[in-house]
Design a protein around this ligand. Structure first.
Ligand code: R5P
Length: 293
């Protein structure tokens, strides 16, 4: 028997996954001490000797959510349980190499720490850089929300659609969404100055005039990539531009700017709680856990 521990960052998603699988939730006590430190206690009676899957996204505040994950995993290991973790948004995964000498490779650090607290296997969702998968000592399975995002847009009655990613790194995401819609996909070319952070973007030479465009990425943070891509696509005569991602890290202000700049809709998933949830990833995660049991 396997149980699900729905961590403090992912109570709802954890419960949805447990319900989709018909697995029991392991009761969890959780509080924050007055000085900000986290307390967790796993009530593992009835799960003796079992495997448990902790569901805990590590969206902002990342460090707090990571620490809660480490505490839950270590407590479960101390209780003699086998521990796996579903971390839909994996914090720090953008820093997958030292771009400048002396930089911490934080994606590697986070994966090392997962192993240190006894996590035997990790499931993530549309990880920012697949490089992280090869460098981690803890085996990682990278799941995708892109087919579910595609299904969402299938119901939208799009006119002559094209799916576009704001950079080549996200091209596979666009291809996956396009495969569901049965349409063309394309990508921008994006270069970021590692020191100033300034971004230069070159649009693809695909035809946009009169078409409905789905702009898709793994995450939206400052919204800079999407805003630039959207302006270029609109300038080329697109009919409507939808903005979609797995991990909507953007604040309300960025959401407002995207809509004011002409985005028809911002479509996110429930990888972590956010105002843009339109697509649930619970079934995709449940299916991966079921098939890996
Ligand atoms: C950048 O390298 C990524 O592919 C994303 O486009 C980026 O992380 C999204 O960030 P922002 O919304 O800040 O442009």
């Amino acid at each position: 028997m396997r149980g699900i521990i729905a961590g403090p960052a992912s109570f709802e998603l954890g419960a949805k996954i447990a319900s989709a699988l018909g697995w029991r939730l392991v009761p969890l006590e959780f509080k924050t001490f007055p000085d900000g430190e986290s307390y967790v206690r796993i009530d593992w009676g009835g799960f003796e000797g079992s495997d448990v899957v902790i569901v805990q996204s590590t969206h902002p505040p990342q460090d707090r959510h990571l620490m809660q994950l480490f505490l839950m995993a270590d407590a479960a290991r101390d209780a003699g349980l086998g521990v796996e973790a579903v971390v839909p948004y994996l914090a720090y995964s953008r820093q997958d190499k030292a771009f400048r000498a002396g930089e911490a490779v934080s994606a590697k650090t986070v994966c090392e720490l997962m192993g240190c607290v006894g996590i035997r296997r990790l499931f993530v969702l549309d990880i920012h850089s697949e490089e992280v998968l090869n460098r981690s000592r803890v085996p990682i399975r990278n799941l995708t929300a892109m087919f579910d995002i595609g299904e969402y847009f299938l119901k939208k009655d799009l006119r002559d659609p094209i799916v576009v990613s704001p950079d080549e790194g996200a091209r596979l995401h666009a291809e996956r969404v396009a495969s569901v819609l049965g349409c063309e996909s394309s990508s921008f070319k994006k270069e970021r100055d590692r020191i100033t952070g300034e971004v230069a973007m070159t649009p693809s030479d695909a035809r946009f005039s009169g078409r409905d465009v789905v702009l898709v990425d793994d995450m939206i943070s400052t919204g800079g990539s999407m805003l630039k891509a959207m302006a270029a696509i609109k300038a080329k005569g697109a009919r409507r531009v939808f903005v979609a991602c797995t991990h909507p890290l953007l604040g309300a202000d960025v959401g407002r700017r995207l809509i004011e700049s002409g985005a028809e809709e911002i479509v996110g998933t429930d990888a972590f709680p956010n105002p843009f949830e339109r697509v649930s990833v619970a079934n995709a995660i449940a299916e991966a856990l079921r098939s890996s049991a």
